[in-house]
Design a protein around this ligand. Sequence first.
Ligand SMILES: Nc1ncnc2c1ncn2[C@@H]1O[C@H](COP(=O)(O)OP(=O)(O)OP(=O)(O)O)[C@@H](O)[C@H]1O
Length: 537
Amino acid sequence: MMSGGPSDATHRKRRRRRGPKGSGVDGPSIPRAVTTNGAGPEEEEEVVEGKAMELDAGMSAAEVEGVVGSHLSETRFDQCPVSPLSLKAIKDAGYEKMTQVQEATLPIILQGEDVLAKAKTGTGKTVAFLLPAIELLSTLPRSPSINLLVICPTRELANQVAAEARKLLKYHRSLGVQVVIGGTKLPQEQRSMQSNPCQILVATPGRLKDHLENTPGFSNRIKGVKVLVLDEADRLLDMGFRRDIEKIIAFIPKERQTLLFSATVPEEVRQISHVAMKRGYKFINTVKEGDEETHSQVSQMYMVAPLDLHFSILYNVLKKHIAEDADYKVIVFCTTAMVTKLVAEVLSQLKLNIREIHSRKSQSARTKVSDEFRKSKGLILVSSDVSARGVDYPDVTLVIQAGLPADREQYIHRLGRTGRKGKDGLGLLLLAPWETYFLNSVQDLSVSQAVVPTIDSSIQTGVKDALGRVETKSKESAYQAWLGYYNSNKAISRDKSRLVRLAEEFSQSMGLAIPPAIPKLILRKMGLNNVPGLRSV
Ligand SMILES: Nc1ncnc2c1ncn2[C@@H]1O[C@H](COP(=O)(O)OP(=O)(O)OP(=O)(O)O)[C@@H](O)[C@H]1O
């Protein structure tokens, strides 16, 4: 018997009023076809708290730590109503016990309910939605329709979800999985879908929309969707992706099961979940109230220092970490693609073992680097937010976030690349003094201040020389991207002359004597034309 089933879980019905008109929650941007999808004027959701976190009064401190820190439940997969074919594949994958989110969601998903699930990073959410969906699919008659559609915000994550699906499908010979992602050739995907139509499709939103609009027969195939999954649901429902998702959902039958998963579920997402889910959906939260959304076994630090020290601090911290851990595996998150490129170039010049990944790289280069980083140790991945969510690189020892994360959620997801599957990890957030206001948004997490290391002259000289060897073009592009990123941040862009001053500080930190000129058109697009202190060409 499963111990985390609905009979053991705490159920609470909760009625919530949706936000007022124009509050951004029910705004006019939601097409009628989508808003009518099971949503009434008042949303009702059932809150189910998994019993996985309940503690026994008689436990020792070590046992308590083991339970709280552990991502695994006491339930084995072979104790669950799962087909022998799936069980065999699960065994081959080396999984024996279910993780807490898997234990809490499986029975409810198998009952056909719509589910919004929140569980910490690296705790097996992918299997939690794939396994019950595959169980359902295995009972359907064979057809060329797509029956399970999984939408992911990044290409790397889509590939990874497909890989996990292939593991689980090992013995389900009649089921197949296909991936459609941007950055690859559309006709190639069209041909492969035609020659081998699979029941499971994993996609990024833009490319999926492309297929809906341009691939003959595709919109018919998608009418067969029985289960829709939004992985990293809060990201997919935020303003960047929301319109695409709404358009896609309009093509999919309303009679379906919808599963939304993420490590972060801000209140706004709960309020707009009716965009995708039926009323009366179950909200399953395996993060106990009062518990942090991050892992206790991951030490989180922040460091505050002027921008002109950031390259040296980065170099110093990395060198120290490498000296302390021969199996180091580090991700350095940067604010934008072009800043990522610059940081990667500077650190490479400093003879560190660097790989670079961001949206300006070709998809084949991204896939190559991602595969290499997954398998390797002794490597530093300098990354934009393309690696922030979902990607499962085992044994990452340290995550550095240089500059402001986009928001609290992005901070949590980036940090979640370390400390996966109950392992230890380290996180460092490196901020300039004027960025420290961000700390308010993570004050409920255990982030402690770290002392700025003393930077000796050899490090300073090394960094200066490395910067000198980096092409001016990279610095110019980084400056422009930096300005764009901070200009889109409301707290900072309010005072344009301050923004220009800060950008100049960044330019100096790269060793440039004067800030680069920016094309007029771009300045206009950023709303920064005629701002004193910015040069244009
Ligand atoms: N029951 C299990 N036992 C052992 N390992 C598991 C189990 N389920 C999943 N895993 C492994 O745990 C790792 C993390 O899983 P996954 O990437 O799905 O986490 P996640 O919760 O989706 O994380 P994120 O929030 O970062 O997306 C993967 O390597 C996966 O193969």
